[in-house]
Design a protein around this ligand. Structure first.
Ligand SMILES: Nc1ncnc2c1ncn2[C@@H]1O[C@H](COP(=O)(O)OP(=O)(O)OP(=O)(O)O)[C@@H](O)[C@H]1O
Length: 264
């Protein structure tokens, strides 16, 4: 589903601030695979997701999603294939609009239809049904402004919105990092359910190594702009957090100076 070949990103090239954030990273992810992504601060994780979403252009390399070369596609065009949920619960939704209007905008993301069409009664029923799975009573608050919801509620709605319209790839950039542990757990259960149900291909960046092992099928670690290791299958199923730390020091020939960087 995702084929990233030799991806380089150089910020501010030719200046004293030049930063080679991605240094030839290659990754092949089959359809329906859920990949968790870990790495030290500044390793290039968000840059890689931004490259996939089209927010940051590649300096070199080729990107294919669902068999189509999207390397030069603008963000808007990629929306048919990819959707995202961000760390900041405020980032993915518009707080001045109602829950219903936010969901209508999410539905409209991939279609040329107007907002009023997406607010028709048939869609309202779909929004209600979708919200009811959260068990938070939000299906009865369609006309409440998004800004009235808690951070966890907003992240849950953001996830529903990201998966409401047809999409193939879901990009999650530390989407539970701003939540308390119980709410983070709730949002992760929801994530897992939606991903399996809709058979999505997923890249989820997390600073929690526990989360990286508990969810998904495969774990990839970024370090200094490249992929330091990649574990899946039986090997990964036997892994615990210390195994990830050991693999990191074996692969990178350095110790992680501050485990907190990874544990988050
Ligand atoms: N728009 C930008 N302009 C210049 N440099 C950038 C930009 N975005 C990211 N960088 C730099 O690129 C490098 C990789 O950043 P990135 O955000 O991808 O790391 P990360 O692995 O997601 O880190 P973290 O876990 O801290 O969020 C860092 O040195 C960062 O400062």
């Amino acid at each position: 589903m995702i084929e990233a070949k030799n991806i380089h990103v150089v910020f501010k090239p030719g200046t004293v601030l030049e930063n080679h954030a991605l240094q030839g990273a290659s990754l092949s992810i089959p359809a329906g695979q859920f990949v968790t992504v870990i790495g030290t601060n500044g390793a290039g994780k968000s840059t890689f997701l931004n490259v996939l979403a089209g927010v940051i252009p590649v300096s070199e390399g080729k990107l294919t999603v669902a068999g189509q070369d999207i390397t030069r596609w603008p963000v808007r065009e990629r929306a048919r294939l990819l959707s995202r949920v961000f760390q900041d619960p405020l980032a993915g939704t518009c707080e001045q609009l109602t829950i219903e209007e936010n969901m209508a905008l999410a539905l409209k993301r991939t279609t040329p239809r107007g907002l009023s069409n997406a607010l028709r009664a048939e869609y309202r029923d779909r929004f209600r049904e979708s919200l009811s799975r959260l068990g938070l009573g939000l299906e009865n608050r369609l006309h409440d402004q998004m800004g009235l919801l808690s951070g966890g509620q907003r992240q849950a709605v953001s996830l529903l919105m990201a998966t409401l319209a047809e999409t193939k790839v879901l990009l999650l950039d530390e989407h539970t990092a701003a939540l308390d542990p119980k709410t983070a757990d709730f949002v992760m259960q929801l994530t897992d359910g939606l991903v399996r149900e809709k058979k999505l291909t997923v890249m989820m960046v997390t600073h929690s190594m526990r989360q990286a092992l508990d969810y998904g099928d495969r774990t990839v670690m970024f370090h200094k702009g490249n992929i330091a290791f990649d574990v899946q299958g039986e090997k990964r199923s036997k892994f615990d957090v210390p195994d990830l730390l050991r693999l990191f020091s074996e692969s990178c020939h350095e110790q992680i100076e501050d485990d907190a960087l990874l544990f988050g």
